[in-house]
Design a protein around this ligand. Sequence first.
Ligand code: GDP
Length: 393
Amino acid sequence: MQEIPIVLIGHKDHGKSTLIGRLLLDTKSVRESRLKEVKEVDESIGQKFELAHLVDSFKEERENEMTMDTTRAILKGKERNYQLIDVPGHKELIASMLTGAAGAEAALLLVSIEEGIREQTRQHLEIAKLLGIDQLGVVVNKMDKVGYQKEEFDQITERMKEILDKIGYSSENIHFFPISAWEGDNVVERSRKMPWYKEKTVLEFIEGEIKEPESFQNLPLIFLVQDKYLDECKEILVGPVESGRLKVNQKILILPDRREGEIKTIRDITGESVEAETGQNIGIEICQGKKMLTNISRGNVITTLNSNIKTSRDISGEIFWITAPSGSNLVFECGTASVEGQLVEPKVVNQGEKTYYRILLRKEIAVFPRSRTILGKIVIKDKGKIIAVGSIQ
Ligand code: GDP
């Protein structure tokens, strides 16, 4: 069964990990014994027990599989399961959301009623909007700290609505939840302490409102060449099928140089295959007539002959600046392509801002403007570190 990815966003310490812990616990997605173990460890080192430590215990378990500092906990729903994605640290969260490592279609934004709306709250929302994450729930947490008062909740939701509208969400379509992740009010169980709230709990929202991720299966073929290796003199290209599908004998186009070729073989983890679809990691051989095609490498994109995947070196769109450029050479990444270039606009960059951008690359790359695929996004690196991520328009 496919798990629906949901990323938890919001200012540090507003309760992201605690909410995940509470959801797991109250839906019995974790064993009682797990909770007991975590409590015992906390006690043995003289540490106060935190629901967040339950989430941390998953991190250790799955550490080897992870490329980023991301924890994915599985929430067991009635009909479907969900991946709750927790990324500790503001910069890490931004980087993993922006690069698609988090891969989420939906987000829960945590705002602590005690600390209020903060800079990271706004920034995470800007990024969610930039990435086209339209399935959003705003969770007003720590209601226990303000005596579960409706007035406080109403005040913060009014201010949040203004921010949401400014960023481009239509606030009347967004759900707001008054909760205490720590006490478990309105998360899975309806709260008796807030009789004034009659709408959905967080779990009811997740189960009833969040839609399955949009499939890229019907989009044009994008096979990202990640790597290649030699197998008995045959050159095998490996990578993910980001969108569309491909078949043996199909005619294809290699981008950005627009060479034509034909798919000779496809291999997946089970062995040779005649076709592959979105989401699969495969190895392929490409030929041109009787000849094997070589000189294809990381950064190239394979698509169909009539595809509307473009190539360009003049790229623009909207971008979010995690930090301002240092003045050294910038590297621009799209899919697996990585190319040097020049930032034409904006002339002045302020950290934490979203702006229009235009870049001129040294050479063309494959792009799929205004799409939610990886070829619709650009990442800027400065001395190896991600400093900005934007959409391609
Ligand atoms: P994160 O950084 O957003 O993941 O925040 P955490 O989940 O680590 O929570 C930060 C702190 O707030 C911890 O000490 C939690 O115990 C506390 N906390 C989280 N939710 C609640 C809540 O509903 N009520 C109260 N009183 N404290 C909470």
